[in-house]
Design a protein around this ligand. Structure first.
Ligand SMILES: [Mg+2]
Length: 211
């Protein structure tokens, strides 16, 4: 499976960790922001976000990210993330994950490891630190590198260029196929869809076999 792979590129939220509490805090921050911008109640903003996400997903035939939903509702990614950063406290929900740290340390012996996330630089860094994963990645690519949320072909090309790898040399790992994996797969990368953090450990055996 990993023959010819030199880099593994992980999504962050919902992939390297899962936290209902943190996800809810992000959604709440989005609802409050949309409510403030539109002059409506947070409950109405929650309905608006949900309905907009459903409408866009149906029209595009793929799942839509929260960043893209907020853009559609008139809040560009930069403004969304400026509001998100002070409203979210990853450290309240996350603790170091020694199993994931050990897995990544083992993979790091054989592959370059990257994070590619729609989250912003500050929160990504705090999340990675809270999980005890600092220092394990060759690079962390956030929304701030392009201000173009995944899935985005030009941002993906820029990422591959920045890490100096061809699509077929990369394995992308994520929890949402449409957002994390569909474009990389179309471009020729290997992809791995996970539905829980435990699924990450499917990477263990190929890593050991690749010495
Ligand atoms: Mg995710």
């Amino acid at each position: 499976m990993l023959t010819g792979i030199h880099a593994i590129i992980f999504d962050l939220d919902g992939t390297l960790y899962f936290s209902d509490g943190l996800a809810q805090e992000v959604n709440l921050a989005a609802c409050r922001l949309i409510a403030r911008c539109r002059g409506i109640e947070p409950d109405a903003a929650a309905d608006l976000i949900r309905n907009t996400r459903n409408r866009l997903s149906l029209a595009r035939g793929v799942e839509t990210s929260l960043t893209s939903v907020c853009s559609e509702l008139g809040v560009p990614p930069r403004q969304f993330h400026e509001a998100l950063t002070p409203a979210v406290t990853p450290e309240s929900y996350l603790t170091p994950d020694e199993r994931v740290a050990a897995l990544l340390s083992s993979l790091k012996k054989h592959y370059e490891l990257f994070v590619y996330t729609n989250n912003n630089r500050t929160l990504s860094s705090r999340i990675i630190s809270a999980l005890g994963l600092s220092g394990l990645f060759n690079g962390v690519v956030t929304i701030e590198d392009s201000w173009r949320p995944k899935p985005d072909r030009s941002a993906l090309r820029a990422l591959l260029s920045a890490i100096g790898r061809l699509p077929e040399e990369c394995l992308f790992v994520g929890d949402r196929f449409d957002i994390d994996l569909r474009l990389p797969a179309e471009m020729g990368s290997a992809v791995m869809l996970i539905s829980s953090v435990d699924d990450l450990f499917r990477l263990e055996l190929p890593a050991r076999g690749k010495t």
